[in-house]
Each structure stands twice: as structure tokens, then as C-alpha cells.
Write a protein that binds this ligand. Structure first.
Ligand SMILES: [Zn+2]
Length: 410
């Protein structure tokens, strides 16, 4: 295995110029969602199909949903399959779509013309998620060129629509029944520069918006109206206290380890000081540990709203603009995590990765909800969606080595 590892690493290093070129090519084919004013993934998929053929990876399937606003009238997802020693599958899921460039004047380079400088590549989509797409592709290519049969059937998925909800992407592939419960799924779409964070869990996301209605009057005659601001203030504090009191659980997987219930947006009410507001709209952003059912959270909300209505004689309505129960975490003992950690130990000797959860849903969540253990990991600079998005070429090579070792069942 040691010799094979050395050969794999040398092969990946040899492939560096091709990897760099491929990523630069991809930057020039943005694949922005039609909902964001782009044409979708059709052209990028076309380029990749050609590239895959060139690299001798010929088992490529396209799974597309129609989208009349997209180039080609569809939103393609590509799946590259490569047979392994066993029938068990290892998936590496990277997304083709990118976000728009944003404010152009903040870019020092053309966002859609890659520039290589000081071991870095600049351009929209280099980091999110081109680096990982290219790393997974050339990891497989390296194994193929070395004539090594992977341990697992390797499935590379280059998916659509990650940035706008994954309906045309991962969700479509899941509905198609492409994945099985014993598959190993890696979604390399979130990580840090040190490569030492493996995401296996997320908190439930629950957004709440409350509208409190009283009666607006002049500030000198508050007794003639009903001050919605006072009722909203009281309700906001009551919710804050009641929710924290009801859910004190802690889980060391997460940072912070407890559920969070944050009062956030407050809509503007009246323009002047001497008006008693008749209407207040405010929100909470709650990130709840997966062990807490969200119905329990809404029960507390119901009770506090009822109390505030009675006490202040106001109307209170509320809604949940987002409410997503978190899936059960992927376990540290699951094969995908074990295989990933073993590979990380080879590529980053001495590193102690943290296995943990995050406050909001990543694409790993779609798989976990479907009962498929998934790990989210990559090595990247924190610059996704920002101007001057870029990668370190050495991170891309490291990722390819990790993916290559995982394919070999290391
Ligand atoms: Zn991404």
C-alpha cells in the first residue's frame, strides 16, 4: 500500500498542469442558474462530457430535468461511473453551477477568465465548487492511468442547481433512486484552509416571523390606541427566555454546543417619535439541535403568543419562512467517515481533524435525510461567493490525493 500511495501521489502531481487547465476552462463556462440570470449547466456539462471522453472515462450518464429558461432546455447532472473491486459505491458529489460575480468593480481580474498567480487560481467558481470537481475527476483519472482497480465502484456526480436549492440537482438524483443506504457519499462543498474539519451533522433551521397588531395613535394619547411596540418587545423577550429555558440540551458535535434562538430582524415601524405604532414585525433565527423535534419548539411559541395576546389585547400572527428538521448525524463509525479520516491521515500527517456539525444545512443534509450517511469535507480558502474568489493549487492536489486514497479504500 505504501508504494501504491507514493505512486498515486506522484501521478497526481504529474497531472497538475492538466488539472489547472481544466479548472481554468471551467471558469470560462460559468453555469449560473437561470433564476439568477444565467443559462444553467448545459454548456459546462457538454465540456465535461468531452473532457471525460478525452481522459478515457466513458461511462457517463446524464440525468436532466427540463427547464425552459436554461440553455438546452434542461438542467443536466452528470454521473461518471468506474468499476471497483466490490460493488459498493463511493460517491463524490461536486456541483457545476456557480453564483453570479456580484459587484464587478470589486474584482481585480475578470471573474470569468481564470488567472493564475503565485500558486493560486482566481475566478468565479474556482473554489465553489470547481476545485473539488477537478480534484475528484483527476483522482479517478490517476487511478485509471496507474491501472489500479479501486476498492469501490467510483461514482463522480457533477450536479446542477446547488446554489439555488438543489431541486434540479441532488434532489433529482435522489428521487431517481441512484443512491443506496450503504453507499459512501462525500460532498466536498464546505471546509477550511487547514483541511481539519469533517462535517457530519447540522442543526435544524427554524425561522420565525411575528406580526403584532394593535392600534396606531398620537404619542400624546396612547390610551386611545394599543401600542404594538410594547407587546412585540414583551413577546420577543418572553420567547427568548422560554425557548432557551425549554431546550438547554448540549451536544459537543456543535459549536456552539446548544440550540440557538436569536431575535434578528425588526421591520421599521413608524417614521416619527411621537407616533405609537400599531404594527410590529420581528423575526427569530433558530438553529436547533437535531435531537429536538421542531414541533416541541412550535409548542413553546404557541404558548407564548397566546399569553402575549391575552395580556396586551393585540392580534399576533406568525409564520415560519424556513423550517427544516435536521437529519440524524452521520456517525463517526460510518465507513465514509472512517475512510475519509484514514485518507486525511496519509495526506496531512499529524493533523487532528475535528468531526462536527454546523448551524445550517449543507448538501450533506439531503443524503442524511434519505438515510444515506454523508460527510462534507474539503480544503479551501474561505472566499466562496466573494469577489476575487480563488483557490490554492496545492489544496486541489491534496484533495485529489484524499479522494484517490478513498477510492482505493484506504
Ligand atoms: Zn458550493
Amino acid at each position: 500500500m505504501y508504494i501504491l500511495k507514493e505512486k498515486l501521489f506522484a501521478k497526481i502531481e504529474e497531472l497538475e498542469p492538466k488539472m489547472v487547465q481544466t479548472l481554468c476552462d471551467l471558469v470560462a463556462i460559468p453555469a449560473i442558474s437561470p433564476a439568477d440570470g444565467g443559462v444553467g449547466e448545459f454548456h459546462k456539462a457538454e465540456y465535461l462530457i468531452k473532457k471525460l471522453k478525452e481522459l478515457g472515462l466513458c461511462d457517463v450518464s446524464t440525468y436532466a430535468l427540463p427547464d425552459p429558461k436554461a440553455a438546452g432546455g434542461e438542467r443536466p447532472n452528470l454521473v461518471v461511473r468506474f468499476p471497483g473491486r466490490t460493488k459498493r459505491r463511493l460517491w463524490i458529489v461536486a456541483h457545476m453551477d456557480v453564483v453570479p460575480e456580484g459587484e464587478r468593480s470589486l474584482w481585480h481580474t475578470d471573474p470569468f477568465k481564470a488567472e493564475i498567480k503565485d500558486g493560486r487560481i482566481y475566478g468565479r467558481g474556482t473554489s465553489d465548487n470547481g476545485q473539488e470537481l477537478v480534484a475528484s475527476l483527476y483522482a479517478l483519472c490517476a487511478l485509471k492511468e496507474l491501472g489500479v482497480t479501486p476498492e469501490y465502484e467510483v461514482c463522480l456526480a457533477f450536479v446542477a442547481d446547488e446554489e439555488m436549492g438543489s431541486e434540479y440537482g441532488i434532489c433529482h438524483l435522489l428521487k431517481k433512486g441512484l443512491f443506496a443506504g450503504n453507499d459512501l457519499v462525500v460532498v466536498p462543498d464546505m471546509g477550511n484552509e487547514n483541511a481539519d474539519f469533517v462535517e457530519v451533522a447540522e442543526k435544524s433551521v427554524c425561522w420565525m416571523e411575528f406580526t403584532v397588531e394593535g392600534k396606531q395613535v398620537h404619542g400624546s394619547t396612547p390610551h386611545l390606541g394599543n401600542n404594538a411596540c410594547r407587546a412585540a418587545n414583551a413577546l420577543s423577550v418572553a420567547l427568548d427566555e422560554a425557548l432557551h429555558a425549554a431546550f438547554p440540551e448540549r451536544d459537543g458535535l456543535f459549536d456552539p454546543p446548544e440550540s440557538t434562538f436569536e431575535p434578528t430582524r425588526r421591520r421599521a415601524n413608524v417614521a416619527n417619535i411621537n407616533t405609537v405604532p400599531g404594527r410590529e414585525v420581528f423575526s427569530f433565527d433558530c438553529r436547533v439541535l437535531p435531537s429536538v423535534p421542531l414541533e416541541e419548539v412550535t409548542k413553546i411559541v404557541d404558548a407564548e403568543v397566546k399569553k402575549a395576546k391575552e395580556k396586551f389585547k393585540v392580534e399576533i400572527t406568525y409564520k415560519f419562512p424556513q423550517m427544516e428538521q435536521a437529519a440524524a448525524p452521520t456517525k463517526e463509525s460510518d465507513d465514509v467517515v472512517r475512510t475519509l479520516l484514514a485518507a486525511l491521515a496519509e495526506v496531512y500527517p499529524g493533523m487532528k481533524p475535528k468531526i462536527g456539525g454546523v448551524g445550517g444545512a449543507t448538501c450533506g443534509a439531503f443524503f442524511r435525510r434519505a438515510g444515506i450517511p454523508a460527510a462534507v469535507w474539503c480544503q479551501e480558502i474561505d472566499c466562496a461567493h466573494m469577489p476575487n474568489e480563488h483557490i490554492e493549487i496545492k489544496h486541489m492536489l491534496n484533495e485529489a490525493k484524499v479522494f484517490g486514497l478513498m477510492m482505493m479504500g484506504k
